[in-house]
Structures are given as structure tokens and as C-alpha cells.
Design a binder for this molecule. Structure first.
Ligand code: PEP
Ligand code: MG
Length: 892
């Protein structure tokens, strides 16, 4: 097996397609080399080598060491320099790079190859003594920290000590002598922590560094990052060994990071940051706040123009927005990385829509790229601008608009505290000087993140954008006193727990509690904002046009109020796939009427209570039919066990007793008579309608009368009556016959007919197994995968959380790949669904098939539903656009 791939001077052994083997960084370094961009030569050790190392007790596969040495020799030849040489030393960087980028999660070592000998060589070669010593110092620090685990802050302290004794403030003010003093201290520090001398053999340094990168694949934060981002099935990380170029060789050198389009908004403009006289890590680590790329024009016009050219070349070549890293060494530009840019969902949407308009990509490509998992964030809240105006609120400071969205919450200064307070239910804003990978947990629970240092590409910014968490970075006027838990900014002091609001679109920060409100898309859809006022809406509309053209699956909604129905229709729902009628029974007089119905002693009393409910239900349905404007509505008859409607507390029982003219004891006694040990397997679903057909009759009457009333207004109606929890076709036939009787009754009473369908849910395993028998009688099936999962796996929907987390997340117990209540368990429950589809269609080719469990809004499940040929999925209103996108992606 070949483990090492070379790239340099216009030729490369790898290509951009080889990401799995070379990692994203390695594959793209190879590709950039091949297309003639200035890339410092080097070589990549494959992810297969890392996989071998991880699974063979940290041993190399046979021949790897020799292969690395061969490629090193080749690199030395090409560069005319030698690792560790006293006259002309080669220095290399050693970087990780997996197939999917994991920013800041793994380790990088720069300036490798410096030793007491070669540092002299570097002095001769560069004629810059200070630079050479500083490079050596940086190398020792990174190597010590990353490879050997010497605490970072120990190095920082040693450095600070030297600065203090010299009375110096900035690192850049340290001279060669000072730096040699720092190095001496670092050597002692290194020895104290590792028990060894700092390695002076460059080959020894190299292999130690390679091993550290291999090992970093399984460090805690890398594992956590993969978990949080659902990154699975990768072999490991590749290791890139590349000849160094220096951005810190003086004022004509520098380093930067850029995006070919705005990663925050998606606007088609070159977007980037750089620092002169700095090394790559200085920009990313957020220690100095970098300058905008525009200003590079004034510093070095030639390099700026070359970068603009490269921007165009890369976008044309990769046909997507690129995120690049570059270094300028004494006026010459070098490309160190390109990759598809991470961006906000806003940026995804705009960049893809505009790329289709520009003719760069087709709509299939655009649709396939936009992450469905993020899509919901388009509808996320923003700070209420009107509230800010009305209360004349002024921003207390501003930083960079690093990740969009408005957020308001209470200030906490550490990730641990943030996690703790979020667990108590607080809305948390994490405020830190800068964030590091250790803060991931705190960022994950925060409503928003603010940092004082760092640019658009700092850790905080990149991670927050990835999480869809609003973030303002580089708010440099904020001074945090972490031990005393307060911050000061422009004369304002805010303490831990105080409210703060941030606007991730503008970078503004307010020392106040500001309401957050609907996204622009939602505002346009509900008519509170004009279409022409929102670029976001324009992009959304164009994009959903692509989606609509591609998708095959229908997308319906689970809605039981007119308001939800309207919203869902505005989001593109093609009908209601599940209207849970029990939700209509709560609130106001209705709950009293239904309680009377439940407590009735006989059919007459029950029918009296039901008669009270009829007009309420009917008017609910009328409003829903109107909101649907001719689209179908699948309305499910009463499903939950009746005791769910009865009061538990004494006061409400008392009230109910008074209203009904009975004693509290009677109420209590009825309640306890209805008590069940296993209510989810108890007296619910069609069983209610079978024992009390009058409930069914009332509901069917309400549905059909409402449909007729709406039809009389000139609006089309398509009611579909759905019987829940059927397990045996005889249950279905029994209930259907009652329904048909009522419908015929109404048709003759009203001398008007409406089209209708009667069908059932498939949510009991027996129903799936006997789907052919049921399909002979039913016009549609809707898979109720919540109950079907509960009953197939034997996991209580309400109690499974106590162990299911471990079943999904514990590395040694991943019995289920995903939470089976969120993503359909394709191998188990999915098989039943597939079987019922086949049986159902074989018995009734005209049957309509859909899904209305929670899974109907889950992109992975939607792909499965598309595959097995369902007609539609149904999900909650806010998931409708996500489901439409997922349905289109399933086709591509
Ligand atoms: C289901 O069981 O999947 C379903 C949609 O019904 P409910 O969630 O109301 O039980
Ligand atoms: Mg159900």
C-alpha cells in the first residue's frame, strides 16, 4: 500500500477527489498544485496510515517510516534544503486534515526542524537573527504543547516573565537576546514536564509530531466535535508535511484567511482578513484582531490583485465558495489551503441561488448542497428592531457580525458556568475574551456568544457559525474581569447574570433585555413585511422554486389550528397530513364539555355533552378548511385515553363537581376508575370509538357539516377521516361503517355532497403485518411512526429517555445509530413500514400512503420515505420547508 503522496512544483500525486484518503487539506493542496497555484511543496500521509496507527496500539504499518523518509528526501531535493541543516535548513509544518474539516479540533506544528544547529542555519539564510530565534521559540512552544502536553499557559508565563524583567509589553519588542532567554526557560520547562531534553534530532521531531497528529484524531475534543456534527465513518486524519513559508519575516510578510464570498451573508464579495508580520495561528487564534482584506491593496497591490485572481480561479474550478489560507513571504504569495467554505445558512442560501443565476452551477447542485439540518435556522428569531427604536436603546459597543441571529440572555463568563446555568433553564450568553476548543460545551448551550478578541475566522466565529448560534466576535472595548465576574465597556458595568443582547447580523451589543422576534421570511409570509424589503426572502423564494421543481414526495403538515395551518400553507404545505382533534378539546368551555362527556353515566348524558361540543368542533374545521383553500385535510378522530382530560388537582375537581351537580368524591372515583397502568396500550384510539360510537358520530358530523358549509361558500374541501390505532381490519370496518352512516345522513339532510375519504393510521405492528386486509377497506394509510416505534421496539415514548441516550451516544453501546423517535429505525420499524407499503398497494393499488409521526420532518427519514415510494410526508409547520428541501435532496 502507498501511504504517502507528494505535491510540489506544478505536479501532485493526489487530486481533490481523494479527500477520504488525503483529507480535505491534503487533497486540495494537491489539486491547487496541479492547477498551477503557488503552493509550498510537501507530502501527505494518508488517513489509512492513521487508521492503522489507531487500531494497532500506535504502531506504523510496515514501510511507512521508510516511505516518509523517502518523500522527505524528495522534498529536500526539490527545495535544495535539508531538515536540520546548519547552512540551509528546511523547515516544515505538520498539520492534521481529515476528510471533513474540523476547525481547531486537531493539532498543528509549525517550524519543525529547528535545532540549536539549524537555527544558526536559519540566521545565515535569512540574515535575520531575531526572526530565527522567534521561530525557534514558537516551534518549542507548539511542539511542547501539542506533542508532549506541556501546558500552554506555562509557556505563556515563561514568556511573560521575560517580558516583565525587560519591562517590555509586546512580543515583537523582544530582541534576539531576550528570545534566547525565553528559549532557555522553555528548555527547562520542557524538561521539568516531560523528563526529557527538547529533541535536537529533526527526524525524531518529525516522527513525534506525526504521531501526535495521529493521536489527536481520538482526543476528547475531536471526538466531541464529530459527535456534535454527526461526522461518522471516517478512517482518521491525514498528516500534511509541507515546507514552511513565513508570514513573520518582517513588514513585507504576512498571513491571512479569506472567503471567496461573505460567509455570513453569502454576498458575492471577496471577504477576508490578514495580519502583516504574523504567522497563521495568530489570525485564527484571535490574539490580534486582523485587518480587512480590502486594505491589503495599499500594503501590496500586486499580491492583492493576485489573490483576487486566485479567488476567481478557485471558484470556477471548485464551483463553490472557497475558504482559503495564504501567506505572504517577503512580498511573495503562497496558498496554504483551500476548502469549501463553512458558512451560515443565510450564506448558503444566497451563495447557491446567486451561483445558479451566474450560471456557475445548476439547481440540482444548489439544492443538494444546502444543509437541510441547518435550514430551519432561516426562520430563527432576530432582535426586535422596533423595541430598540421605541426605547431609544443604543448599542453599548459593537464587534464583528460573526454569526447571524439575534439573541438575548444572561451573561456568564465561563463555559462551565454557562452549561450549569443552561441546565437550570436560563437563557445564557457566553461572554469570553476569546474561546478555545475547550469551550465547545458552553457554546453549545448558549443562546449567543460574545468575544472581545478575534476576527471573523477566530475559533468563536467559526464554531458559532457552525452551530447556528448568534455570535459577535472581536468586541475589543469589552474588558472582562473573570475572577470578579463582571465586564466593563465604555463606562457600563455588567455582572454575571445581567441581561445582554447581541445582534449577530450587525455586530451590535446591547446591555439590555431585548425581545427577539420572527425572521424576515416569517414576517413576509405572515404579511408583516413587504416582499421587496427582504433580500433573504427573495433568495428563499428562488431557492424553494428549485426545490419544488425537483421533489417528488408531497409535503403535508401536522396542524390543528387555523393559525398553524396558514403558516404551514405559506411554507408550502400541500395539505394537512394529521389534524389531532384532541388538541381542540382543551381551552375554554370545551374542556368542561368533554369532561362532562367522560363523566356521563349513560349514552343519553354522553350525547348531551357531545352536542355541546359539536358546534365548537364544526367551527374549528370550517376555519381549517378555509385556511387550506381546497387542499386535503386528514382529520384524525379522538385518540388519547380519556383520563388525560380529567383534572388531577382538588380545585379543578371541585369546580367540575359543582358544574355537573355531583360530588367531588364522584369525580375522584370516576378518575380513578379510568386509571390505567399502561395508558398508551389502554383504552385509546379507535377503541374509544368502538365502545362509544357516539363520540365518533359527533366528530364525523362536525367534519362533514363543516366541509359542506365551506363548500357552500365556494371553497373546495377535501376531508379525509382517519381512524387511529387500528390493529385489526375489523376494527376499521366497524368504525368506518358508523362513519359512513353519519355521512349519508348528513348528505341527505343537506342535499349536498362533498368528496371525502376514510382511511387509517398504521401505528400498531399488527396493522402493518395485516396491511393487505386493511387496505381492501381503507382509502389511505398514514404511518404513525411515533406509536409504531414505541410498539415495535417496545420503548415507551414517554419513559425511554432514561436509557435511550446511552443506546445512541455511548461509544460502546451504539445499538441504534440515531434516536429511533427522531430518525426512523430503518432496519426495524422501517422494515415494517416497507412491508405495509407493499401489502397495502398489492391489495389496493389506489391507496394513498403517507407518514405523520415526528419522523416525517426528519431529512434522513424523508430520504427513506422517498425510496420506498410513499406519496407524502407530514410534519409540523416550521419543518415544512426543511422537509421540502429534504424531499428534493432525496431525488438528486
Ligand atoms: C404517531 O403515533 O406517530 C402519531 C402521529 O400519532 P400520535 O403522535 O398523536 O400518537
Ligand atoms: Mg399515534
Amino acid at each position: 500500500t502507498k501511504y504517502v503522496y507528494f505535491f510540489g512544483s506544478g505536479k501532485a500525486e493526489g487530486t481533490a477527489q481523494m479527500k477520504d484518503l488525503l483529507g480535505g487539506k491534503g487533497a486540495n493542496l494537491a489539486e491547487m498544485t496541479s492547477i498551477g497555484l503557488p503552493v509550498p511543496p510537501g507530502f501527505t500521509i494518508s488517513t489509512e496510515a492513521c487508521a492503522f496507527y489507531s487500531t494497532h496500539k500506535e504502531n506504523y504499518p510496515e514501510g511507512l517510516r521508510e516511505e516518509v523518509l523517502e518523500h522527505l528526501a524528495r522534498l529536500e531535493n526539490l527545495m535544495g534544503a535539508k531538515l536540520g541543516d546548519t547552512n540551509n535548513p528546511l523547515l516544515v509544518s505538520v498539520r492534521s486534515g481529515a476528510a471533513q474539516s474540523m476547525p481547531g479540533m486537531m493539532d498543528t506544528i509549525l517550524n519543525l526542524g529547528l535545532t540549536p544547529d539549524s537555527v544558526q542555519g536559519l540566521i545565515k539564510k535569512t540574515n535575520n537573527e531575531r526572526f530565527a530565534w522567534d521561530s525557534y521559540r514558537r516551534f518549542m512552544q507548539m511542539f511542547g504543547d501539542v506533542v508532549m502536553g506541556v501546558p500552554h499557559h506555562e509557556f505563556e508565563r515563561a514568556l511573560q516573565d521575560v517580558k516583565d524583567t525587560r519591562g517590555i509589553e509586546l512580543d515583537t519588542d523582544l530582541d534576539s537576546k531576550d528570545l534566547q532567554e525565553v528559549i532557555a526557560r522553555y528548555q527547562r520547562l520542557y524538561k521539568r514536564f516531560t523528563g526529557e531534553d527538547f529533541p535536537t534530532d529533526p527526524i525524531d521531531q518529525l516522527f513525534k509530531a506525526i504521531n501526535a497528529v495521529f493521536k489527536s484524531w481520538n482526543n476528547e475534543r475531536a471526538i466531541k466535535y464529530r459527535q456534535m456534527n454527526d461526522i461518522r465513518g471516517l478512517l482518521g486524519t491525514a498528516v500534511n508535511i509541507q515546507s514552511m513559508v513565513f508570514g513573520n519575516m518582517g513588514e513585507t510578510s504576512g498571513t491571512g484567511v479569506a472567503f471567496t464570498r461573505d460567509p455570513s451573508t453569502g454576498e458575492n464579495q471577496f471577504y477576508g482578513e490578514y495580519l502583516m508580520n504574523a504567522q497563521g495561528e495568530d489570525v485564527v487564534a484571535g490574539i490580534r484582531t486582523p485587518l480587512s482584506i480590502e486594505t491589503l491593496k495599499e500594503v501590496n497591490r500586486k499580491v492583492y490583485d493576485q489573490l483576487v485572481d486566485i479567488r476567481g480561479i478557485l471558484e470556477k474550478h471548485y464551483k463553490d465558495m472557497q475558504d482559503i489560507e495564504f501567506t505572504i513571504q517577503e512580498g511573495n504569495l503562497y496558498m496554504l489551503q483551500t476548502r469549501n467554505g463553512k458558512r451560515t445558512i443565510f450564506s448558503w442560501l444566497r451563495s447557491q441561488v446567486e451561483m445558479v443565476e451566474e450560471g456557475l452551477i445548476d439547481k440540482e447542485t444548489a439544492v443538494s448542497r444546502v444543509p437541510s439540518g441547518e435550514f430551519g435556522k432561516l426562520f430563527a428569531p432576530i432582535l426586535d428592531a422596533k423595541y430598540i427604536r421605541d426605547n431609544s436603546l443604543e448599542a453599548i459597543t459593537r464587534g464583528l457580525n460573526a454569526s447571524p441571529g439575534g439573541a438575548c440572555g444572561q451573561i456568564y463568563f465561563t463555559a462551565e458556568k454557562a452549561e450549569e446555568m443552561a441546565a437550570e433553564g436560563k437563557s445564557v450568553i457566553l461572554v469570553r475574551t476569546e474561546t478555545s476548543p475547550e469551550d465547545i460545551g458552553g457554546m453549545g448551550v448558549a443562546k449567543g456568544v460574545i468575544t472581545c478578541r478575534g476576527g471573523m475566522t477566530s475559533h468563536a466565529a467559526v464554531v458559532a457559525r457552525g452551530m447556528g448560534c448568534p455570535c459577535v466576535s472581536g468586541a475589543g472595548e469589552i474588558k472582562i474581569n473573570e475572577p470578579k465576574r463582571f465586564l466593563e465597556v465604555n463606562g457600563t458595568t455588567l455582572s454575571e447574570g445581567d441581561f445582554i443582547s447581541l445582534d449577530g447580523f450587525t455586530g451590535e451589543i446591547y446591555g439590555a433585555k431585548i425581545p427577539v422576534k420572527d425572521s424576515e421570511i416569517v414576517q413576509v409570509l405572515n404579511g408583516s413585511m413587504k416582499e421587496s424589503e427582504s433580500i433573504l426572502y427573495r433568495d428563499y423564494k428562488a431557492f424553494m422554486g428549485f426545490v419544488q421543481d425537483l421533489k417528488v414526495l408531497g409535503v403535508y403538515t401536522n396542524a390543528d389550528t387555523p393559525h398553524d395551518t396558514q403558516m404551514a400553507v405559506a411554507f408550502g404545505a400541500e395539505g394537512i397530513g394529521l389534524c389531532r382533534t384532541e388538541h381542540m378539546f382543551f381551552g375554554g368551555d370545551r374542556i368542561m364539555s368533554i369532561r362532562k362527556m367522560i363523566l356521563a353515566n349513560n349514552t343519553v348524558e354522553r350525547e348531551k355533552a357531545l352536542a355541546e361540543l359539536l358546534p365548537m368542533q364544526r367551527s374549528d374545521f370550517e376555519e381549517i378548511f378555509l385556511a387550506l383553500d381546497g387542499r386535503p385535510a386528514t382529520i384524525r378522530l379522538l385518540d388519547p385515553p380519556l383520563h388525560e382530560f380529567l383534572p388531577n388537582d382538588h380545585t379543578s375537581r371541585h369546580e367540575l363537581a359543582l358544574q355537573m351537580g355531583i360530588t367531588v368524591e364522584e369525580v375522584a372515583q370516576k378518575s380513578s376508575a379510568l386509571h390505567e397502568f399502561n395508558p398508551m396500550l389502554g383504552f385509546r384510539g379507535c377503541r374509544l370509538a368502538i365502545i362509544y360510537p357516539e363520540i365518533l358520530r359527533m366528530q364525523v358530523r362536525a367534519i362533514i357539516e363543516a366541509a359542506i358549509n365551506v363548500k357552500r361558500k365556494g371553497v373546495e374541501v377535501l376531508p379525509e377521516i382517519m381512524i387511529p390505532l387500528v390493529g385489526n381490519y375489523k376494527e376499521f370496518v366497524f368504525t368506518k361503517n358508523h362513519a359512513l352512516e353519519v355521512i349519508e345522513e348528513i348528505f341527505s339532510e343537506q342535499s349536498l355532497k362533498v368528496p371525502y375519504k376514510i382511511g387509517t393510521m398504521i401505528e400498531v405492528p399488527r396493522a402493518a403485518i395485516t396491511a393487505d386486509e386493511i387496505a381492501k377497506e381503507a382509502e389511505f394509510f398514514s404511518f404513525g411512526t411515533n406509536d409504531l416505534t414505541q410498539l415495535t421496539c417496545g420503548f415507551s415514548r414517554d419513559d425511554a429517555a432514561s436509557f435511550l441516550g446511552a443506546y445512541v451516544n455511548d461509544p460502546d453501546k451504539q445499538f441504534y445509530e440515531y434516536d429511533p423517535f427522531a430518525t426512523l429505525d430503518v432496519d426495524g420499524v422501517g422494515k415494517l413500514v416497507e412491508m405495509a407499503v407493499k401489502l397495502g398497494r398489492s391489495a389496493n393499488p389506489d391507496i394513498t400512503l403517507g407518514i405523520c409521526g415526528e419522523h416525517g420532518g426528519d431529512p434522513k427519514t424523508i430520504a427513506f420515505c422517498n425510496k420506498i415510494g410513499l406519496d407524502y410526508v407530514s410534519c409540523s409547520p416550521f419543518r415544512v420547508p426543511i422537509a421540502r428541501l429534504a424531499a428534493a435532496q432525496a431525488v438528486i
